[in-house]
Design a protein. Structure first.
Length: 217
């Protein structure tokens, strides 16, 4: 059993990560900005706390005594680059202070490559609004890659499609490198439930280190 802090535990990916980790017998601290608005799993194995993923002192305080952290945090009310860069710095600093050695971050599929060096977001005509949000994630990944840190971080990135919010957990997924994994209609959409499986798998049995890894159904 591990103690896992889940930042952004109130979102679609975060709620599934909390549920998946608890179902495997882990103790989970669900970290959210406003606990009164939390609609994720509660009960045995879940401790709900308020925290700010962009403040290193807050990260250090809520992560103390934990073995690993998952960040599924998102903000749409502040510029994406400001939020994601701030979160990356705060997580690396705060988790290091708390002695947490493993960090698994949820990425965005538009960062994956369709050809060597060509990301989905680099396509002609890619919408500006989506580009800005994607570039925020890209800046976050740049911070992680450039960091001189002892934290074993990983960005787990789903496909550049909508994720299925209703599909049940199958426990199955494919993992690759930093390219969009081939697939078609027969593979369907990746569910948030199975994204959570990939996140918790990488805490229980780390296979990828200090990189971005694509996952798909």
């Amino acid at each position: 059993m591990s103690k896992i802090a889940v930042f952004g535990a109130g979102g679609r990916a975060g709620r599934r990560a909390v549920a998946e980790a608890v179902s495997r017998g882990h103790q989970v601290t669900a970290v959210v900005r406003d606990p009164a608005r939390y609609e994720g799993p509660t009960g045995d194995g879940v401790t709900l706390v308020a925290g700010d993923v962009t403040r290193a002192d807050s990260v250090a305080a809520v992560a103390a005594g934990h073995d690993a952290a998952i960040s599924a945090a998102a903000r749409l009310d502040v510029p994406a680059e400001q939020f994601y860069v701030g979160a990356a710095h705060a997580l690396l600093d705060g988790l290091a202070r708390a002695g947490v050695g493993r960090l698994v971050v949820v990425g965005i599929g538009t960062l994956l490559e369709t050809a060597p060096g060509v990301r989905v977001l680099d396509a002609p005509g890619f919408p500006d609004e989506a580009r800005n949000f994607s570039l925020g994630h890209a800046a976050e990944l740049d911070v992680l890659r450039a960091a001189d840190t002892g934290i074993d971080w990983l960005m787990v990135t789903p496909p550049p499609t909508l994720l299925d919010d209703e599909a049940p957990r199958t426990g199955r997924y494919r993992a690759g490198g930093e390219q969009v994994l081939p697939g078609g209609e027969e593979t369907g959409l990746l569910s948030y439930a199975d994204l959570a499986v990939a996140l918790v798998d990488e805490i229980e049995n780390p296979k990828h280190h200090r990189t971005q890894v694509a996952v798909a159904p």
